[in-house]
Design a protein around this ligand. Structure first.
Ligand SMILES: Nc1ncnc2c1ncn2[C@@H]1O[C@H](COP(=O)(O)OP(=O)(O)OP(=O)(O)O)[C@@H](O)[C@H]1O
Length: 371
């Protein structure tokens, strides 16, 4: 089932938790709501579930308006970070719960319920644990029971709020893989909240990046990482270097380096953003005469397993930035702290603040720039 969020705004007293949010989630997609704490992820999920009402906007399922429908009528399955199972009930009874409390008319027979619960136990790979109690399971197993319980009532889609948030890293990784597999098998629309960028990138077909009650960007993990729409998304999704400069007469100046910029029809301050792995370090200046290489000094070398991070300081502007490279490349370079190198930057994005109230604009720059 597809989900459509149309122009939703939600305020608590005079605090705006969501501001004109629009979102389309196609049927069968696994979508992550990603953002820092307080960005409105849970509020949006609760609005879709019907646990909260918005002051403005509508929520459609398969094109049908569900804005004023009660939570029960929406037939949504949800799992929360600490969705406590019923302690005094066995795993079997926990999963069966949603079916056993149905009115007699729509309640399946005991045999049907048994069959369903066992097939769900197989699905979440917990066969054989039906008669245990929640306290006799690990955290990861409990979350899988919570998912089985949500699935028992055949929801139209699943909403998961930091479902693996309370678990340790290794179990989280296992459950991610498992959820991906489950999604492939069921083809159900799943919307999950996370503040963990790695979790979003690894699991989701598409990621919705949120900040301060607004949607900043919607895209595949590849798109949001490699083509971030604005500085917030850029910075939120990984390490980033910033170079401060100016745009003037269609050219961008970052320190001593100057280069052409398409669509730069304004003058003003500009900031160049780039990922540390897009900084190329060499011992000699680039061969092209069209580029001027600026020298940098290595301030610090940090080995990170298969990678090495260098902290560098430009000799011209004294700006500090980072480069990341494979250990192999680092050994080839044979550099030490305090040593001098040349840097070339690839995939620079320039953002311009036209005015404080206007979002920064992205300016196209050539693929490779030497500074
Ligand atoms: N019932 C409420 N009353 C007042 N303010 C609220 C209420 N619920 C949420 N808020 C506020 O709305 C904002 C968004 O909250 P929300 O829980 O949606 O954020 P979130 O992105 O899910 O954060 P987290 O990752 O920390 O769970 C926060 O500033 C929060 O304090």
């Amino acid at each position: 089932m597809s989900i459509e969020v149309v122009n939703i705004s939600k305020t608590y007293k005079n605090f705006t938790a969501l501001q004109n949010v629009n979102l389309h989630i196609p049927e069968g997609e696994l979508v992550a709501l990603l953002g820092p704490s307080g960005s409105g992820k849970t509020t949006l999920l609760r609005l879709i579930a019907g646990l909260e009402q918005a002051q403005q906007g509508s929520i459609l399922f398969n094109g049908e308006d569900n804005t004023n429908r009660d939570v029960r009528e929406r037939q949504v399955g949800f799992v929360f970070q600490h969705y406590a199972l019923f302690r005094h009930m066995t795993i079997f009874d926990n999963i069966a719960f949603g079916l056993t409390v149905r009115p007699r008319k729509t309640r399946p027979s005991k045999a049907e319920i048994r069959e369903k619960v066992h097939s769900l136990l197989r699905l979440v790979q917990l066969e054989g644990l039906a008669h245990r109690y929640p306290s006799q399971l690990s955290g990861g197993q409990r979350q899988r029971v919570a998912l089985a319980r949500a699935l028992a009532v055949e929801p139209k889609f699943l909403l998961l709020d930091e479902p693996f948030g309370a678990l340790d890293t290794k179990v989280r990784q296992e459950l991610r893989r498992w959820l991906r597999h489950l999604h492939g098998k069921l083809g159900l629309t799943i919307l999950f909240v996370t503040h963990d960028q790695e979790e979003a990138m690894e699991l989701a077909d598409r990621v919705v990046v949120m900040n301060e009650g607004r949607v900043e960007q919607v895209g595949t993990p590849e798109e949001i990482y490699h083509k971030p729409a604005n500085p917030f998304v850029y910075s939120f999704l990984g390490r980033v270097n910033l170079f401060h400069g100016r745009i003037q007469d269609g050219r961008i100046k970052l320190g001593e380096a100057e280069f052409e910029a398409e669509h730069a029809h304004f003058d003003g301050p500009a900031v160049g953003y780039m990922r540390p792995h897009d900084v190329e370090v060499s011992l000699h200046p680039p061969k092209s005469s069209a580029t001027t290489a600026v020298r940098a000094q290595i301030e610090r070398i940090t080995p990170l397993g298969p990678f090495v991070r260098l902290e560098l300081k430009r000799l011209d502007t004294k700006e500090v930035f980072e480069a990341e490279m494979s250990r192999q490349r680092f050994l080839e370079l044979n550099v030490v702290e305090g040593g001098l190198v040349y840097v070339t930057l690839h995939n620079v994005s320039i953002f311009v603040e036209n005015a404080p109230a206007i979002k920064p604009t992205r300016v196209y720059v050539p693929q490779q720039v030497s500074i």
